[in-house]
Design a protein around this ligand. Structure first.
Ligand SMILES: [Zn+2]
Ligand SMILES: [Zn+2]
Length: 255
């Protein structure tokens, strides 16, 4: 990901509230189109310019060609109300994020995120690097609303289980069971991506506690009951069911 400074020069008579509203609206639709990652974008005012700092998946993520209908509308509104076209300055690569996938052919996708990950949760099955969402057809109308909601919910559950205090068990269950509300939401997104791209999209089931390593190795796919132990570990996964497109790991406590 790159850190981008996005400047919005605006007319003298425009009130700060209106500027804030227009800028926030554009950033929100950029986010829903996968052009901006994360929902934190501090905005400062310098003279008659609002400056937002945001994370973008690639150097060219805010190019006009990637805009969807909502982005075009938000930019048109900004111009109409006295703003100017946003000016984008790249500050550099974010040091904490992974490189974007550069594979020439994608053979599979994995929907994967964690409590600290801010980047796209669409990962390449081969290199496991994130792929900007706008590289695939929208998963929800013109946008990626359902995918981004899943990412935000997953990240919240992962935070709760990491913090080990409030709703730890409930959050862990959501991430571990194939038929939890969170997993159904994620699997539905995977199904939509598989259908629109013709590329199999896998969903990860978190596994924290097991009785013993031996018992873990005997585990079957929780959805179809089939064998799914991999001969060789794939990224951080030990299990993979191609029929149900599920991935999992040997429980962390008995590894
Ligand atoms: Zn890749
Ligand atoms: Zn299965």
């Amino acid at each position: 990901m790159h850190v981008a400074e996005i400047s919005f020069p605006f007319a003298n008579n425009l009130e700060i509230d209106v500027v804030s509203d227009l800028v926030n609206r554009l950033l929100a639709v950029w986010r829903m189109n996968g052009q901006v990652c994360n929902r934190e974008w501090p905005i400062t005012i310098v003279g008659k310019t609002a400056i937002a700092t945001a994370l973008v998946p690639e150097a060219g993520s805010l190019e006009k060609e990637i805009s969807n209908e909502y982005v075009k509308k938000a930019i048109a509104e900004l111009l109409e109300k006295g703003g100017c076209s946003p000016e984008i300055k790249l500050k550099g690569e974010d040091i904490d994020s992974n490189e974007t996938c550069s594979c020439t052919t994608i053979k599979s996708y994995i929907l994967y995120t964690t409590y600290i990950s801010l980047e796209s949760s669409l990962r390449c099955g081969d290199c496991f690097c994130p792929i900007p969402l706008y590289k695939i057809p929208p998963t929800d109308g013109e946008e990626f609303y359902n995918l981004i909601c899943w990412q935000s919910d997953y990240s919240s559950c992962d935070s709760l289980q990491m913090n080990c205090w409030t709703l730890e068990r409930a959050a862990t269950r959501e991430m571990s069971l194939h038929d939890s509300s969170l997993s159904k939401q994620g699997l539905e997104v995977c199904r939509i991506i598989t259908n629109s791209t013709n590329i199999p999209t896998y969903y990860y089931l978190y596994r924290n506690n097991g009785r013993s390593k031996n018992q873990e190795l005997q585990r079957k796919c929780p959805s179809c009951g089939g064998e799914w132990l991999l001969e060789e570990r794939l990224h951080c996964f030990d299990f993979k069911c191609d029929k149900c497109r599920l991935l999992s790991n040997i429980a962390w406590n008995v590894r």
